[in-house]
Design a protein around this ligand. Sequence first.
Ligand SMILES: C[C@](O)(CO)[C@H](O)COP(=O)(O)OP(=O)(O)OC[C@H]1O[C@@H](n2ccc(N)nc2=O)[C@H](O)[C@@H]1O
Length: 434
Amino acid sequence: MVRLLLTAFRPFDEWDENSSWLALQAVTRELPPGAEVTTRLYPVDYEAVRERLAADLATPYDAVLHLGQASGASAVRLEQFALNARRDRGDAEEDVKPLESDGPAAYRSRLPLADWASELRGEGVPVEVSLHAGDYLCNAAMYWSHYLLEAQGGEPRVAFVHLPLDVSQAARAGREIASLPTEYSAHAAVMSKFAVLVLAAGRSSRFGDPNYKKPMAMLDGRAVWLHSTERFIERPDVCQTVVVVSPDDREEFQRKFGANLAFMGVDLCEGGLERADSVRAGLATLRGDATHVAVHDAARPLVTDDEIDRVFAAAVENHAAILATPVTATLKRVDDGKITATESRDGLWAAQTPQVFERALLQRANDAAGDAPVTDDAQLVELLGEPVAIVEGSPNNLKVTTQDDLKLAAAILAARPAPKPKGAHPFADDDLWR
Ligand SMILES: C[C@](O)(CO)[C@H](O)COP(=O)(O)OP(=O)(O)OC[C@H]1O[C@@H](n2ccc(N)nc2=O)[C@H](O)[C@@H]1O
C-alpha cells in the first residue's frame, strides 16, 4: 500500500474557499487503487503549519503532496524548488528571513515533475513546471517537509502543486481572473500511472482453429482480446493501452478492429517470436507518462476489476507483482507416459497475468533477456534477483489455450452478473476475422 500525505490550505485573503481544498476533495474520489491517503487541511499560518507538519510527518509516508491556491494563475504549477525564505504578508521584498537558520538555501523535489507535466498535458490539463514555490506559506510547507524528513534521515519525496482558482471562485470574484475547473486541478494529484501491454502476438498453435488465433476467437459475441482489453481502458489509473499482434496479423487486425482501437484509444504494435520480443516491442511504443507497466495475456479474458485493483496496488507497493493461484492438484513428473515422481506442491503457485512492474524494472529485465525462451515476464525480473510479489487470483482468470478453454470461459462469463462494457465496441457483432 502506498502511503500518501495530501494537504490543502484553508481560505485566505478575499477568498471564501481555497481551490486546493476543492481539488483535494475531488482527488480523493479518483485515487488509484493501492494508495492509502491521509488528507489534511492546514491553517494559513506559518507557526501552525510548521507544527502540523512536524506532527504529521512523524508517521512515515511514501510521498507528500501539498496543494495550494495560486490566485490568478491559469495553469497548474508543479514546483521544482522550495526556498529557505520566508516573508510575512506586508513584508517588503528585502525583508526575507530564512525558514530554518541551519537549513540549505533550497530543496529540489525528487518527484518526476517533467514526466508528470507531460502526462497531464496529454490529458488536456494546462500545466507548467515552475521554478519555485514563491516565498510565502506554500513554499514554507514544501521546504519544511523536506527539512523535517531529511532530519529523520529519509530521502523526502515531496511535491508542491499550485492550483488556479476554481471557476466558481472566479465567478464570485467580481472581476476578471483566471481559473480552471477543479476536476482538471484534481488530475494533477493522481500520480501512479499504468501502461498496459495486451499480448496477442502468439502463434496459437495449441488452439487448433484454422480460422482464428485465440485472441481473435469469439467469446460471448466479442473477440477474446476485446474482453481482455476492456477491463483496463476505462480505469483512471491507466494512461496507455497497447495491443501487441504478430506482424502477419497486423493488417487484418487493423482492418477488422481499427474502429474498436480508435474508439477505445488503444494503440497497436507488432510483436515478435518470443514473449519477451513482444513485450520489448510494446515497451518501445510507450509514451513518457507511465510509471508502471502491466503485461496481460490477450488470451486471459476473464480477469476482474478487483484482481486488477489488487495486483496494481501490490506493484506500487513492491515494485513488481503478479496474479497467481496456489497449486491444488497433485503434481506428477512423467516420462514416456509413465509417472517417474510425485512432486511436492508445497509453496507452488501457478502464474497468471496481469504481471505488473515498475516501468524501469521491466525495461531492465527485458533488456537483460537472453535467447532462452521464458514463459512469463516475472521470470526475467526474478533473473535480475529482484523480488516479485504474489497476489492471489482466481482460477477463473484462465488462459484460453484450447477450444475447451474457450467453452469454459464462455460458461464462467455466463455465470457472472457481468455489466456490459460502456459502449466501447461499435462493431461488436462483426465477425470478419478469417
Ligand atoms: C504468462 C502466463 O500466462 C503465466 O501463466 C503463461 O506463462 C503464458 O504462457 P504461454 O505458453 O506463453 O501462453 P500463450 O497462450 O502461448 O501466450 C500468452 C499470450 O501471449 C501472447 N504472445 C505469446 C508469444 C509471443 N511471442 N507474443 C505474444 O504476444 C499470446 O498471443 C497470448 O495472448
